[in-house]
Write a protein that binds this ligand. Structure first.
Ligand code: ATP
Ligand code: MG
Ligand code: MG
Ligand code: MG
Length: 565
């Protein structure tokens, strides 16, 4: 690729709206351009990096036995209505209508579509397990799109979905994906850590996030200094900014409400100013993404442990609000903190708002009951976890010191269980001819976010220092010919040698000053700069500079190609 004919609109200055270094550098290096909030054009260099990430991810998915498919981005509402997520997903779901007035959404994730794709086709246990994946553009109408490719509204994700005949199979599929993720992120050259996405309450072993360690990360990770323990504290504490109610209903401004970690029924009633009778009738909370009504007896303490017992014992799955209200016969609302922030319905006329600390990962899967906080009229603010880890605590696994760092979530593996297969009737016949639900898992990787994360971890004052695996080009051959045509001619010859060898290099043959060429090569961050100037030509030397270390070595012009074989 000759840079004289290439489209790399570099910028001298940092763009005003760019807060983090990857956003600044992706813009300045001419790799991306913003179209509108959270929506970017990928320019030739940027797309090369993205495609390299995608290629590594595909190779590791294929190696793990997953099969690539491609599902539509536009999804019909009726599938989302089947699972209840049409109402539930909130404002992150961009909805649209066709000319006939039918409802659609732009896919933020594909559980519904994939489940629809396999149900009815897979009939026997003999056809299981399968794992299907795609690399595709997703749309999430993020409340705060920012940081360039890090949190876009439109972005590229690899999403995989596994279907197994039983729990044991689903666990095998889960760990196979876990290993594939480790392999992919290692090959990309990221410094990462898998952490428990759920810091303990329910199913902690089966939801892990892969965190790239970087100060600009939006997540806080607790890691043990001695053992492998790591957890994402996003799940432990969530706060909605004071004074700003993010629910869509007309409601008074949010007020800070402190609640104790454990509540007795009396405390709850005193707090809410209602009679025990009203309370005892119903507690509403959200579990596994579903509004759940549980009947609670008045003699029970309302705390997480009890709540879990209730979930296990008296769970009633209800997808629709009207039914919930009918059954509970009380004006009761429910909300979760993330849902509150992202538009899950909060009922303004509710007398009682119970907020469970649930976390709706956008795969719609990672939702857990953690802790019950109480407020009224959406005055819900304070959320806590049973296992809030403070800097003073002991590692919960081994008692050693805990370290707190910032991280960027680049991947997420999650065991879904029967959540979607039950709602969407994805069944098969087992050996005994009995109908069973498929046990599912879902697995996401933020392909475009990885390019930004790699820059966050690999940069200096001059620009990007890409790991070779995902650099736009692994090397740039810079000709410092200027007026000396012999230099340009020799450089072109050397470039041809690289091309024949299949070396992933570009050729800076532009009529620019050396300073400009060096600065741009540093900015873009090609891992290797190969420089030929007049002196080098005379002495038979090409200078090779390692972008990251600055180390220089000399390569002989005669036998140049051998250095790359
Ligand atoms: P986050 O907590 O950052 O909002 P998420 O938990 O909502 O991410 P998942 O539903 O787990 O995201 O999606 C799988 C992966 O897709 C994430 O691990 C992340 O790498 C990537 N991703 C999610 N949202 C975005 C976004 N807005 N922009 C870029 N990548 C994203
Ligand atoms: Mg996630
Ligand atoms: Mg997340
Ligand atoms: Mg999200």
């Amino acid at each position: 690729m000759r840079l004289s004919r290439y489209y790399i609109p570099t910028l001298k200055e940092d763009p005003a709206d760019a807060e983090v270094v990857s956003h600044k550098l992706l813009m300045r290096a001419g790799m991306i351009r913003k179209l509108t909030s959270g929506i970017y054009n990928y320019l030739p260099l940027g797309l090369r990096s993205i495609n390299k990430v995608a290629r590594i991810v595909r190779e590791e998915m294929d190696r793990a036995g997953a099969m690539e498919v491609s599902m539509p981005m536009v999804q019909p509402a009726d599938l989302w209505q089947e699972t209840g997520r049409w109402d539930y997903y909130g404002k992150e779901l961009l909805r649209l209508k066709d000319r006939h007035g039918r409802d659609y959404c732009l896919g933020p994730t594909h559980e519904e579509v994939i489940t629809d794709l396999v149900r009815g086709e897979i009939k026997s246990y003999k056809q299981l397990p399968i794992n299907l994946y795609q690399v595709q553009t997703k749309f999430r109408d993020e409340i705060r799109p920012r940081f360039g490719l890090m949190r876009g509204r439109e972005f590229i994700m690899k999403d995989a979905y596994s279907f197994d005949r039983d729990e044991a199979g689903a666990e095998t599929s889960y760990w196979a994906m876990f290993e594939a993720y480790k392999a992919a992120f290692s090959r990309i050259g990221l410094r990462f850590k898998p952490v428990q996405a759920d810091s303990g309450a329910i199913g902690g072993d089966f939801s892990h996030e892969f965190m790239v360690l970087a100060d600009t990360g939006e997540d806080t990770i607790a890691s043990c200094k001695s053992c492998q323990f790591g957890a994402n504290l996003e799940k432990a504490k969530v706060a909605v900014p004071q004074g700003e109610c993010l629910c869509n209903a007309p409601c008074p401004p949010i007020e800070q409400v402190e609640t104790p970690d454990r509540h007795t029924v009396d405390e709850v009633c005193a707090f809410l100013g209602i009679t025990a009778d009203t309370l005892i009738k119903t507690l509403l909370f959200v579990v596994d993404g579903n509004p759940v009504a549980a009947l609670v007896r008045g003699d029970r303490e309302v705390n997480d442990v009890k709540l879990r017992n209730i979930v296990g014992g008296n769970e009633i799955e209800l997808a629709d609000e009207a039914l919930v209200r009918k059954l509970t016969n009380a004006p009761v609302g429910f909300a979760g903190p993330v849902g509150l922030a992202e538009g899950v319905p909060v009922y303004a006329d509710a007398e009682l708002c119970l907020a469970t600390d649930w976390v709706a990962g956008a795969n719609g899967a990672d939702t857990h009951v953690r802790h019950l906080s109480l407020g009224r009229d959406c005055k819900i603010e304070k959320f806590a976890d049973l296992r809030v880890i403070e800097p003073t605590d002991p590692c919960p696994e081994c008692g050693s010191e805990i370290e707190f760092t910032k991280g960027i979530e680049v991947g997420h593996v999650f065991k879904l269980g029967l959540k979607y297969s039950k709602k969407m009737e994805a069944t098969f016949l087992d050996e005994n001819g009995k109908t069973q639900y498929m046990v599912m898992g879902c697995y996401g990787i933020g392909v475009s976010r990885i390019v930004a994360s790699a820059i966050e971890q690999n940069n200096d004052e001059a620009g990007c220092c890409f790991p070779p695996s995902i650099a736009p080009f692994e090397a740039v051959l810079i000709s410092l010919g200027g007026k000396d045509e012999a230099v340009d001619a020799k450089a072109a010859e050397l470039y041809e040698q690289l091309r024949v060898l299949g070396v992933d290099a570009c050729f800076d043959d532009r009529k620019e000053r050396p300073g400009v060429k060096f600065a741009e090569a540093d900015l873009i961050g090609y891992p290797m700069q190969l420089v030929l100037g007049g002196k080098g030509l005379a002495s038979g030397i090409v200078e090779a500079k390692d972008r990251k270390t600055g180390e220089k070595i000399e390569l002989p012009i005669n036998g140049f190609a051998e250095a790359f074989t």
